[in-house]
Unconditional design. Sequence first.
Length: 289
Amino acid sequence: MILIPLSFVPPKLIITASRKFKNVGSFLSSLFPGAHQDLIQAEYTIKLRDYCAIAFVTATTNFILTSLLILLISLAAGMNLTALAIAASIIVSIATFFTILYYPKIIATKRARKLEQQLTPALRQLLIELKSGVPLFNAMASVSNDYGEVSVEFKKIVTKINGGTRDLDAIAEATTANPSLQFRKVLWQISNALKVGSDLSHVLEVLVHDLTLAQMEKIKKYGQELSPWIMIYMMAAVILPSLGITMLMVLMSFLSASIPPIILPILIAFLAGFQLFFMNFVSTRRPKV
């Protein structure tokens, strides 16, 4: 079952209703042809026409439901909120459509990060196998375990070759469906080496070296970015609250007034929210190596 974000209606009903809007889906798919590649890389088996029809039906449904909700509130409050209902419904429907349309790209990006995280160690094992005289097919079969998403991709290639597909064709198909640019480069190099008959172990050795240098560069860049962010954290979470409370106490003493009791809970809530945001932000910036 396809996951439909921002849908207020069960996916089965949306998919059933979208079958009546295939013409609309065909028109919308012509406006967003790049979404076809996103569907493939996100491992969605649905056609782009059908997916666009689902996005259209969901956006239309959210438009109707949002309008009804605001109109019911306006009736209960005795106010005329027709203009607000139309404006809010349009915004919700547009946001729904584009969120659904670009959701496969988000899934593909997450897949790419998982692939790149395990790519270098998997290639090292592949290189060791080839240097030991193991054929490429057996080497790919050996890395089809223990390396997460990378193993899944190599297992697909091995399964297709076992099913009678040529090795070059299986690698080409895997390249098209792979969301990671680094992994696609690896598959391109393997394919080119097989076509021209060059030494594949030398090609993989160069790739492993380049990927290792790229990871080291990411770590170095992350370390350089971390220093200013730590300074901002110290300013916002340590210095400003402490100095602010001190200055507020001095100011209130001059005015012969007490500090409002609500200040402390607000400050605690702000610090807790800021620290959660900062930790999440830093973790997302950390390179996956």
